[in-house]
Design a binder for this molecule. Structure first.
Ligand SMILES: Nc1ccn([C@@H]2O[C@H](COP(=O)(O)OP(=O)(O)OP(=O)(O)O)[C@@H](O)[C@H]2O)c(=O)n1
Ligand SMILES: C[C@](O)(CO)[C@H](O)COP(=O)(O)O
Length: 229
């Protein structure tokens, strides 16, 4: 039987959070953000192979945190790269299997639900990929290069989240084919540039990416509402 994998990318520096400690290690509730995220994937399936991508200079920090919090979920640690694209690429290189499914997920999205993870693997198995998204709640305007702005129909857009789950062969081929890695902010864009059709699944507004300081306030509120973290 083919194996399933999760590449949890946590190789960033968190410049928009403006904290000394990279945001993936900041404690929310009783433990660091990244431990919440990994727990969600382990809860989905204890058999899932989890590849954790970290900044090379922070691997020791992670090991110390695991000791401190008695965190024992097994993960394979891989050093990240200069951009998210390179970090995913490094994670992918750690997988030797030919076939299977791989979910790529931001380490700083700790509130992903088990249902979303499960649906993303099921849809990717059937259609080749599953990209999590939510509809827009606000109105939007397009700003052109001259600075003029125009209303747009928000129903024509969606906000893209992770997990972004693929057949391994599709993600491998997409990353191998990619040129100009600087234009890719997610994995769906890499697969799309390689010519693959992108299938979407609806996620949840709760699955935020912890990016700026106010996201931590929201995260603490969710944790205390859940009551078990
Ligand atoms: N070189 C990088 C850059 C980002 N990421 C990961 O990709 C996810 C989404 O990126 P983002 O929120 O932009 O994180 P940072 O790059 O850390 O933040 P910032 O852009 O504010 O510096 C995060 O889990 C981050 O750790 C990564 O693995 N390797
Ligand atoms: C992958 C992602 O989280 C989907 O919304 C997002 O594109 C990451 O972007 P960032 O610029 O690295 O925050």
């Amino acid at each position: 039987m083919d194996s399933n994998y999760a590449i949890i990318v946590a190789g960033g520096s968190g410049s928009r959070m403006q904290t000394f400690l990279p945001k993936q290690f900041i404690k929310i509730g009783s433990k660091p953000v990244l431990m919440h995220t990994i727990e969600r994937f382990h809860q989905y399936s204890p058999q899932l192979h989890i590849i954790l991508v970290l900044p090379s200079q922070e691997i020791q920090t992670w090991e110390e945190l695991c000791d401190q919090y008695n965190f024992t979920i097994p993960v394979q640690t891989v050093a990240g790269g200069p951009t998210r694209f390179h970090s995913v690429q490094n994670g992918l290189s750690a997988i030797s299997a030919e076939e299977g499914l791989v979910a790529v997920h931001d380490g700083v999205r700790p509130f992903v639900s088990i249902e979303t993870i499960s649906q993303s693997f099921a849809v990717a198995k059937e259609k080749g990929c599953a990209i999590t998204m939510v509809p827009l709640k606000d109105s939007i305007r397009r700003i052109d290069p001259t600075g003029n702005n125009f209303s747009e129909d928000r129903r024509a857009f969606c906000l893209v989240q992770t997990p972004q789950t693929f057949r391994l062969s599709i993600l491998r081929q997409s990353f191998a084919q990619a040129t100009d890695s600087s234009r890719f902010t997610d994995d769906a864009s890499v697969a799309e540039a390689a010519g693959y059709a992108i299938s979407l699944i609806e996620g949840s507004y709760r699955n935020i990416k912890i990016t700026t300081p106010e996201d931590l306030i929201w995260a603490e509120a969710v944790i205390s509402m859940q009551g078990n973290n």
